[in-house]
Write a protein that binds this ligand. Structure first.
Ligand code: M6R
Length: 614
């Protein structure tokens, strides 16, 4: 998804802006652009393509100036070409904008502007927005800061924007439904406004997490000026943030995705550390403790999420219903937001999101909040929009995830959901002390069991080579492994572009079995759980139709090894924890297939790290 950054201060803006674009690169983009102000004129450079080429083109003649904006674009309105790339300059030539998000009512605003004599160079909603701001200012004769507030009041959509006024040598920033932070330099002599804190490392550790609908005016050496929605002055809250420099380096790994797969043992420990003790037999997820009464009385828990986080929600459903006996429903956030869902103040609404910025999930929360449900957010990204919108919640503490295909964020979400299910079960008195102790003891063994699975990497790579030219794949699982089948298929699609589907294993005989022939690889999650015998039958059905079976089995399995074409042996664990282990070989399989196919694993086509548009 697009990333935006602005700088104003005493340093050369261009290198700082480029550093920001480097930090956003992993999000996925199709064009980039920079504007600075040199001798009172805009110096505008845009490029449709990769950042490396853009840098090379501008190396010998870098744009000069101490103020500027930059943008990496993931096309929404208009083709991914140079014309539509940001920044966009207003009709008068005084203002420039970088914009992330969508202006939903841009066509009606554009019509009004055209009637007033404005002309447009691009097809973007962003060019409409900057001209709308300019139009409001020229009509109202108010300050630019107030005019931005008035203009945004008439804009429908979710966005973050930075506006540069070349006459005032100042930047203006505002957000709604998309994160924007301000890095504050010493004595307020310089400011970096950015989509997230990653570009701030090495510049400043003082940060303002902008509130929705506030409009900031930032000029070097001047006090930070902040107006709220009602045009009243506010005081900004400046906080310290901790840098995570190691996260943006690949180290010895070829790709961030592989690095993050290997980081899972640590991510799992980080997500349960301090929240449970196997020896003492307790679990304490802050948000759950705080809302104990409400959760105990909850009629229903409703999960809403997208993509991989939606798969984690399905695991959550399995765990909570199994352990705590509370009814759970799992919703696609994108569907929930457009229905008339039956939800009220006796329900608990759990939103799961790695980024905490997913537009559909944010809209679903708004709806559930409106209906008075308690909102519990499970996010990885600290200070994100969803974490702020929630009444209570838990951070997953997986560390920054850069690979577009989510891996360690998923396993840490599942850990939080496991703790949640266990804590609710404990409140309900569903577990004896001995049961709780032994479950938690096994949870503590999971990181070392994941380490063991990672040692199978070379074996998985060989299997990947055999099937890397396949056109289709099926993934099958039952119970808690069914969401893992979905997740395995999603990982493969995202990075290798092979068509893949996940199904509950028993469901294939109701249709998908028609697809099976000697060219169809079928990955079957066949760990030794309660449905083991059924899974063996499912594998036989596939083999009878000449399908190729790659089975994920437990160590020492002899039955399936006899019938499957390939078996990947993973350590045994409790059925509850099967998803945490069985997902790992599927992540490795997707990764190696993509590498064998020569795909761009960390920046797959058409995808973006956080989907901040609907
Ligand atoms: O940041 P979120 O968890 O809200 O993102 C949801 C999905 O966009 C995300 O999980 C997506 O499906 C990933 N690319 C999966 O690998």
């Amino acid at each position: 998804m697009s990333g935006i950054i602005g700088y104003v201060g005493k340093k050369e803006a261009y290198p700082i802006l480029i550093h920001g674009l480097n930090c956003f690169e992993f999000r996925g983009y199709d064009s980039v652009g920079v504007v600075t102000v040199d001798k009172n004129e805009f110096e505008l450079r845009k490029f449709a393509g990769k950042l490396a080429e853009f840098k090379e083109k501008n190396e010998a003649n870098q744009p000069k100036g101490n103020i500027g904006l930059a943008h990496s674009r993931w096309a929404t309105h208009g083709m991914a070409d140079e014309n539509n790339a940001h920044p966009h300059v207003s009709y008068s030539g005084r203002l420039a904008i970088v914009h992330k998000g969508i202006v939903e009512n841009y066509s009606s605003l554009k019509e009004k502007l055209i009637k007033d004599g404005f002309e447009f160079k691009s097809d973007t909603d962003s060019e409409v927005l900057i001209n709308w701001i300019e139009h409001i200012q020229s009509k109202s004769q108010k300050s630019l800061q107030e005019s931005i507030q008035i203009a945004l009041n008439q804009v429908v959509g979710a966005y973050s924007i930075i506006v540069l006024d070349k006459e005032e040598n100042a930047l203006y920033a505002a957000r709604k439904g998309a994160q924007l932070v301000i890095g504050v330099g010493a004595e307020e002599e310089e400011f970096i406004i950015t989509t997230d804190t990653s570009p701030l490392g090495g510049y400043t550790s003082q940060v303002i997490y902008m509130e929705e609908e506030d409009v900031y005016r930032l000029a070097p050496g001047e006090k930070i000026n902040l107006l709220n929605l009602d045009n009243l002055q506010k005081s900004p809250v400046i906080e310290e943030f901790e840098e995570e420099l190691h996260a943006i380096e690949k180290g010895d790994f070829d790709h961030f995705m592989l690095k993050e797969i290997y980081e899972q043992p640590k991510a799992i420990i980080d997500s349960y550390r301090g929240r449970m003790s196997a020896v003492e037999g307790w679990i304490k997820l802050g948000g759950i403790t705080e809302y104990r009464n409400k959760l105990n009385k909850a009629k229903r828990i409703v999960f809403a999420a997208c993509g991989t986080s939606w798969h984690a929600s399905l695991v959550g459903k399995y765990l909570i219903e199994e352990l705590a006996g509370i009814q759970v429903s799992v919703e696609y956030a994108s569907e929930f937001r457009y229905r008339k869902p039956v939800i009220g103040n006796e329900d608990v609404f759990v939103a799961i999101s790695q980024s905490g910025e997913t537009a559909d999930t944010i809209a679903a929360i708004e709806l559930a909040k409106h209906k008075q449900a308690l909102i519990y957010g499970i996010c990885n990204s600290v200070g994100s929009t969803i974490s702020k919108m929630s009444h209570a919640g838990s951070y997953t503490h997986a560390g920054q995830e850069i690979g577009i295909a989510s891996t360690k964020a998923f396993t840490s979400q599942v850990v939080i959901l496991t703790l949640m299910a266990l804590q609710l079960a404990d409140y309900k008195g569903n577990l004896s002390k001995t049961q709780l102790n032994s479950i938690l003891y096994e949870l503590e063994q999971i990181p070392s069991k994941v380490e063991e699975i990672l040692k199978l990497d070379a074996e998985v790579k060989k299997i990947a080579k055999v099937y890397h030219q396949a056109n289709n794949f099926l993934f099958l699982g039952r119970g808690a492994n069914y969401p893992i089948a979905l997740e395995g298929a999603l990982k493969l699609k995202e990075i290798s572009y092979i068509h893949a589907e996940g199904y509950p294993a028993a469901e294939i005989k109701h249709g998908p079995i028609a697809l099976i022939d000697e060219n169809m690889p079928v990955v079957v999650l066949a760990t030794n759980d309660s449905a083991y015998d059924k899974i063996v039958s499912n594998i036989q059905e596939i083999k009878a139709r000449k399908g190729k079976v790659i089975a994920i089995v437990n160590k020492g399995d002899t039955v399936i090894k006899e019938i499957a074409d390939h078996s990947i042996e993973i350590p045994k664990t409790l059925e509850l924890f099967a998803p945490l282990l069985s997902v790992v070989p599927l992540q490795l399989l997707a990764y190696h297939i993509a590498v064998w196919r020569g795909a761009d694993v960390d920046s797959p086509r058409n995808l973006t790290k956080s989907v901040t548009v609907e």
